[in-house]
Design a protein around this ligand. Structure first.
Ligand code: FES
Length: 173
């Protein structure tokens, strides 16, 4: 790529930021931009479960968006905020506790997520909010879509414990 071209090739995130600035500064000279076409800022689309295999309150573990970023999906049975599926009851969260990064586990009998290290509890039916313990912030939510029989992870809302950003460093799951 020629140096002149490279100077004007930016990532999609930069393009969005630039778009916001351009909107805020209406009247300023137009800037012609091009996206780079790479996907370093894009969350992967990853099928993490089959609708036909899900049973209410039986968790499914997966890694997302990077290898080693443990996450958990559960069909809570009843409609919950942000849930997907026919009953809007399927949710997923990063399983890395927001206190010190231990793996939280879904407790079917209570319908909560429990950290085995210092017993923080999170509520998967209330957007992963802390309901007990030393953790201070909700579990990051794994954004889901339904595609046929697939439950597809498409993004993360919140910063996964131990990372400055959710997509680095590491390999995509
Ligand atoms: Fe989960 Fe401390 S690491 S409560």
């Amino acid at each position: 790529m020629a140096e002149e071209e490279r100077r004007f090739t930016i990532t999609r995130r930069q393009a969005l930021v630039a778009g916001g600035v351009a909107t805020a500064g209406a009247g300023a000279a137009a800037i012609v931009i091009a996206t780079s076409g790479d996907d370093e800022d894009e969350f992967p689309r990853l099928s993490v479960a089959k609708l036909g295999d899900l049973q209410p309150n039986e968790p499914v573990s997966f890694e997302y968006p990077l290898e080693g970023q443990s996450s958990v999906l559960v069909d809570l049975g009843d409609e919950v905020p942000g849930g997907v599926g026919d009953n809007n009851s399927i949710v997923a969260y990063s399983a890395l506790c927001q206190h010190m990064g231990c793996d939280v586990q879904f407790v079917s009998e209570g319908g909560y997520m429990l950290c085995p290290c210092h017993q923080s509890k999170y509520d998967p039916a209330r957007e992963g909010n802390v309901i007990q313990g030393v953790a201070q912030t909700p579990l990051p939510r794994i954004e889901l879509e339904i595609d046929g029989d697939d439950v597809v992870a498409v993004g993360v809302d919140g910063l996964i414990y131990g990372y400055r950003e959710n997509l680095a460093p590491g390999a995509r799951a």
